[in-house]
Design a protein around this ligand. Structure first.
Ligand SMILES: [Zn+2]
Length: 687
């Protein structure tokens, strides 16, 4: 059947979306658009994984029920997908899957029952009841083996997770086990027979060597008394399913496995198997556990599992709140067009490997490749058609009697030269795209931009326009440029839907590049005589200095996401239960200060050490728990509010002589330092 199914992972609903989530969605969205453009019926899934102890804990911390916690996080995902044009309304995903959907419960239970009845390839029961004891990381939702945790410094303390740096829980309880150890040979033969099953190659090799190293049976349930927020084990409700068993199964329950209604609405047989796009950090779950579950249940394996790399900062460091080098979605949304972000993501990262992401990099790419590249080619071509050809697409053919004349200008009279070049580039582009080599595909498209640019520069249409006898020669040059633009709009549509549509419209074409299969593009299909649309720049140049300074010192009102502000307001309103007298307030000595220096403290992730001038002889030394949200360099020179008469206290062996006043919002208590918009001397008192 001519169908295709692509998935992102479903994201764990214990924390808010970030660049990594946006990136996988952009890739999946691009793949889905490309498939649809080729006339393939495509289903695109994204969503959230909403069960497990970690959601319970996050909910408890935030004073919500687990369902409220999931709803809260989902609202952020929905906001992101809408703002970045990835939701159904923008032609993006077909389903935002949530594992709290009743149909999912039904489907997972069906899968469990099937596996519970099955025998392994070695003739044993695929699921059995046993006893498990081990160290469990709630944040990872997995048990940790000895090489996966940090041993405690003091004897008697629990070990800590290598990823989360948080203490592990000792778990000892009755548990159902999946007999993963019986599936090593079956998995290895899949990896051998299907070299494309796990991509890229080096990831497949990692998976194979993990399997060869010996598989341990997998605990697939927890007692309801320890984890209640999850899908109950069928016929044994004292147990809750292991969250990964439940989460992975979403890929089939979403399209109708185990549920009549979804089956009718979407169709399991119609779309399965899927292409799974995953981050390399969750490859093992998708390339070992998931195929083993499916083998046990007698269900066809996924089409492929493709692991992508991580985004690092421009210096190649891992992004983290602690380092203050994360990319903020609201900043991206405010300063960059969706297409520029999509282009950067797909061009900059060699798919599979790690890439580097910085705001400056996005601006540089947008200016060099988009504004000066494709955008400029488009506007110069269309402007000349407007000026020299009365806004109508000229003829692409030089009449016989003008051939000699045309040859004298140096213009290639054989149109198959440029047509051949672009056809070859198209084939390359399509090939790379099929292999998810987006960066290479885009390089190929830009070889067309360069080629056509050169053709125009060499032909000098502005000179040809001066000679009435060269009218046809001029027309042919502009026709070739316009026809190339049409091809580029079709090729680049999956990556930059908005810009492609805009250029398509400016060319005066009907319909949309979304409907043209690039493999069926024919040179010369652009109709002579058609009226072009209004010419407008598609990629305005970005003012790097201005944008970078706006990013460095954001105006708080416009950059704060709306939901947490509401949340903060509510929290404050609830918090006020009693009033104080004016004299009580007067006891607090609040002073205007200026940050003279700020630096991180080694081994204290959250603290910044600051010297603040509050108009005294000596500056105050103040420690503030804001290091995860403020880069120290950016605070220097800033006016702040200091609680000057707070009793000095020691933190990490350093004396803090006062406190910086900051707003705090959201579930993480994100700080926003109070400041002044007008000039005010250091030491002035707040009353
Ligand atoms: Zn962990």
């Amino acid at each position: 059947m001519n169908t295709f199914y692509v998935t992102t992972p479903i994201y764990y609903a214990n924390s808010l979306p970030h660049l990594g989530h946006l990136y996988t969605m952009i890739v999946a969205d691009t793949v889905a658009r490309a498939k649809r453009q080729r006339g393939i019926e495509t289903y695109f899934l994204t969503g959230t994984d909403e069960h497990g102890i970690n959601i319970e804990r996050a909910a408890q911390k935030a004073g919500r029920t687990p369902q409220e916690q999931s709803d809260y996080v989902v609202s952020y995902y929905k906001k992101m997908t809408s703002e970045f044009g990835l939701d159904t309304a923008h032609g993006g995903y077909d389903i935002f899957m949530r594992t709290t959907e009743p149909f999912h419960y039904q489907g997972v239970s069906e899968l469990w029952r099937r596996i519970a009845k099955a025998k392994t390839p070695k003739g044993n029961d695929a699921i059995y009841k046993g006893h498990y004891e081990g160290w469990f990381c709630a944040a990872c939702a997995e048990y940790k083996t000895e090489d996966e945790y940090q041993k405690p410094k003091n004897e008697g303390d629990p070990p800590t997770c290598l990823i989360h740096d948080t203490p592990l829980d000792r778990v000892s309880e009755e548990s159902y086990f999946f007999r993963l150890s019986d599936y090593d040979e079956a998995l290895l033969s899949v990896l051998e027979e299907r070299p494309d099953f796990v991509r890229p190659d080096y990831r497949r090799n990692e998976v194979a060597s993990f399997v060869r190293g010996g598989l341990q049976d997998l605990s697939v349930s927890r007692l309801k008394t320890s984890v209640s927020w999850g899908v109950p084990v069928p016929d044994d409700p004292a147990h809750t399913m292991y969250v990964w068993f439940d989460a992975l199964t979403n890929y089939i329950t979403a399209i109708g496995f185990g549920n009549e209604e979804r089956q009718k609405a979407v169709g399991f047989e119609k779309y399965w198997p899927a292409l799974h796009l995953v981050g390399k950090d969750i490859l093992r779950f998708h390339a070992v556990y998931w195929p083993a579950f499916l083998l046990a249940a007698g269900i066809e394996l996924p089409r492929a599992i493709v692991a992508h790399g991580m985004w690092l900062d421009p210096n190649g460091r891992k992004m983290s709140k602690t380092l203050g080098n994360t990319i903020e979605l609201d900043v991206l949304q405010k300063h960059f067009s969706i297409d520029a972000i999509r282009y950067f993501c797909l061009r900059e990262m060699v798919f599979g490997q790690d890439g580097r992401f910085g705001y400056e990099g996005v601006i540089d790419r947008a200016n060099s490749d988009l504004a000066s590249g494709w955008g400029n080619l488009s506007s110069r071509t269309l402007t000349m058609i407007a000026r020299y050809c009365d806004s109508r697409i000229p003829s692409g053919v030089i009449p016989e009697d003008k051939l000699l004349l045309a040859k004298r200008t140096g213009v290639d009279t054989d149109e198959t030269t440029v047509a051949g070049f672009i056809e070859h580039a198209r084939d390359q582009f399509v090939h790379h795209f099929e292999n998810l080599a987006f960066s290479k595909a885009l390089e190929t498209a830009w070889s067309v931009v360069a080629r056509v640019d050169k053709m125009i520069t060499d032909a000098k249409p502005w000179d040809l326009a001066k000679d009435e006898n060269q009218k046809q020669t001029l027309g042919v040059v502009l026709y070739r440029a316009a026809e190339s633009l049409r091809w580029l709009s079709v090729l680049l549509y999956p990556v930059m839907p908005e810009a492609s549509r805009a250029i398509w419209k400016q060319l005066g074409l009907d319909g949309s590049p979304a409907q043209i299969n690039p493999t069926q593009l024919k040179w010369g299909d652009l109709k002579q005589g058609a009226q072009i649309g209004e010419v407008q720049p598609v990629f305005p140049r970005m003012d790097k200095a201005k944008i970078m300074s706006e990013i460095a010192s954001p105006s708080p009102v416009s950059t704060e996401p709306s939901a947490p502000v509401v949340h903060a307001t509510q929290a404050d309103a609830i918090g006020i239960t009693s009033f104080i007298e004016i004299d009580d307030f007067a006891k607090v000595d609040l002073r205007v200060g200026q940050v003279l220096s700020a630096e991180r403290i080694p081994k204290a992730d959250k603290l910044l050490l600051m010297k603040v001038d509050i108009g005294e002889q000596q500056p105050r030394q103040i420690l503030a728990g804001i290091a995860q949200y403020y880069e120290p360099e950016k605070l220097i020179g800033r006016k702040v509010v200091i609680v000057a008469n707070l009793k000095p206290r020691k933190l990490r062996g350093l004396e803090s002589q006062g406190m910086v006043v900051a707003a705090s919002y959201g579930e993480e208590g994100r700080p926003v330092i109070a400041t002044f918009t007008e000039d005010v001397p250091n030491g002035a008192r707040l009353k």
